[in-house]
Design a protein around this ligand. Structure first.
Ligand SMILES: N[C@@H](CCC(=O)N[C@@H](CS)C(=O)NCC(=O)O)C(=O)O
Length: 82
């Protein structure tokens, strides 16, 4: 399942969450949200995996990426949404 590391106060994260919903993706079926506020272990994991302490951050198996626009494009391709 795709993991989305997000911080709810982040507008780029909200953009990704809204896009996932608009695509009809289902939380806990298609993707899992992992809260990654600054100072949390989850945010540390983001930094350890990707090298930057930035959200939104997507992990799909061995793939990971930053950048909300890239994440939305990735979700569209993965789930065959136009
Ligand atoms: N261009 C990025 C911007 C992401 C961004 O600025 N995220 C902020 C939170 S809203 C962040 O994680 N800042 C911490 C940092 O850049 O170290 C995107 O579209 O995803």
């Amino acid at each position: 399942m795709v993991e989305l590391y997000l911080q709810y106060s982040c507008p780029y994260c909200i953009k990704v969450m809204n896009a996932a919903k608009d695509m009809g993706l289902e939380e806990e079926k298609d993707y899992r949200i992992i809260r990654a506020e600054m100072g949390t272990m989850e945010r540390l994991k983001v930094q350890q995996l990707g090298g930057k302490s930035m959200v939104p951050f997507l992990v799909d198996g061995h793939h990971w990426m930053y950048e909300s626009a890239d994440i939305i494009e990735y979700l569209k391709k993965k789930f065959n949404r136009t």
